[in-house]
Design a protein around this ligand. Structure first.
Ligand SMILES: [Zn+2]
Length: 67
């Protein structure tokens, strides 16, 4: 129950992410990469999240962010 709430808020409760992957604009991209051009993948569940190089952190709730 609580884990599901955390999952809903942060998208993923895991903490093992791949090294950030940058994709070029215009190339085939996923939703996670559209936000910042860089994304990381969760090594536990495979979810992909936008990654902010300047903040050096994963942007967990892409829907909440406005760019
Ligand atoms: Zn995960």
């Amino acid at each position: 129950m609580i884990a599901e709430l955390i999952d809903a808020f942060f998208g993923c409760k895991h903490s093992h992410y791949s090294f950030p992957i940058s994709v070029r604009a215009g190339s085939q991209s996923n939703d996670a990469a559209k936000l910042t051009g860089t994304y990381v993948a969760c090594l536990d569940c495979g979810k992909e999240f936008p990654y902010d190089w300047q903040e050096m952190k994963v942007i967990a709730s892409a829907a909440e962010q406005r760019y």
